[in-house]
Design a protein around this ligand. Sequence first.
Ligand code: GSH
Length: 218
Amino acid sequence: MANAILTISSKNYGAWALRGWLMARLAGLEFTERVIPPDDPQMKAEMLLLSASIRVPALEHEGICVWDTLAIGEYLNEIRPQAGLLPAERAARAHCRAICGEMHSGFSALRSSLPMNIRAHFPKFKLWSRARTDIDRVLSIWTECLCTYGGPFLFGARPCMADAMFAPVVTRLLTYDVPLDDTCAAYCAQIMALPAMQEWVAAARAEPEEIDELDAEF
Ligand SMILES: N[C@@H](CCC(=O)N[C@@H](CS)C(=O)NCC(=O)O)C(=O)O
């Protein structure tokens, strides 16, 4: 029986949930999933008991409750340092934290106009200019990391916290059929090929919930 519980929401729509879940998987943490469906009227009350922000993901581990993906990533790095969630080298670690922070606090146009919806596909989706600007910045972050650290992941040979932070952007670029150069397309393929991502995507496709506003909007 795992001594950790990760509370998440929809696997099809929950981008923050995917980030926290993937970090926990990359850290090698054994955990039980608690899924609070987004349309559950009890959801807010249950979430408030776990996370003062009333948001998921939230991690409970050995009596400690951590919410917010960045805090969860830092916590996982402390309890599983050998997993390399943050790069070993100081300059790379600072770079990793900087781009995780940028993802956490930015890209609002990308997030609002291309919501995560793993089982959908919108060929030739028309991008608005602010979303285009966000996407260009993400692609330039990826390209710089892949060139600097040699790939195939953002900070080298194995996936880390930054890859988890950007994983929902990878699924969005595929959902909304955004054209990519070879370097970024190869990076997206690497992320999607991770066994944990394949597991998440299969569960997202099997999920019964449909959030009409998100399905109808695009
Ligand atoms: N900054 C938070 C964002 C978390 C977040 O917005 N989670 C969404 C689900 S993926 C949520 O809980 N939404 C419920 C709500 O907004 O009421 C984090 O990094 O964890």
